[in-house]
Design a protein around this ligand. Structure first.
Ligand code: FES
Length: 180
């Protein structure tokens, strides 16, 4: 997976018309329906972030054009609205990625506390650069992560949904080696 993988794009979405009922699993539709109960019926767009989370989670951690079109169809939104959100927020992936999502914060506080040393260590250890996945499909090293609001614990990283703070190369080795 270190080779460049095509990324979802909005132009390709224009030509896709597959209805949501066919593309989205019953489980995804149920979860989105539950989400929609938290918002007024005319405010379906409010459920967009959550809907994309649900669909991405079920698709091994990334979104395709077809899935984004299906979400647009399900929430009665324009395709471009869904693409804009999915391509803006760093929590959505628009290309296939490895099982474990590792995001090192490189924003100012973490940078001052040594995040570059952590990035270099992980890149050397895994033999990949930021933005790439290991060939065994185990670890995806996110390209960039802005402040994750744990500045006092820098340098820090997020692995899947868990925060790890005050990182050292030794601590990083322990965390990464525990990922299956
Ligand atoms: S700068 Fe890294 S968590 Fe805030």
């Amino acid at each position: 997976m270190t080779a460049k993988t095509p990324m979802a794009n909005s132009a390709a979405m224009d030509t896709i018309e597959t209805p949501a009922e066919i593309v989205l699993s019953a489980h995804s539709r149920e979860a989105i329906d539950e989400l929609l109960t938290h918002f007024p019926p005319e405010q379906k767009k409010s459920a967009l972030l959550g809907a994309l989370n649900i669909v991405q989670h079920e698709n091994n951690g990334f979104l395709t054009e077809t899935l984004m079109v299906a979400v647009a169809d399900y929430l009665n939104l324009a395709k471009i609205e869904v693409y804009e959100v999915a391509s803006f927020y760093s929590m959505y992936e628009l290309k296939p990625v490895a099982r474990h999502n590792v995001a090192i914060c490189t924003n100012v506080c973490c940078m001052l506390m040594g995040s570059q040393r952590i990035v270099d260590h992980i890149e050397n250890k895994l033999g990949i650069k930021l933005g790439e996945s290991t060939a065994d499909g185990r670890i995806y090293l996110k390209k960039e992560e802005e402040c994750l609001a744990a500045c006092a614990g820098g340098p820090m990283m997020q692995v899947n949904h868990v925060y790890y703070e005050n990182l050292t190369p030794e601590k990083v080795d322990e965390i990464l080696d525990s990922l299956e």
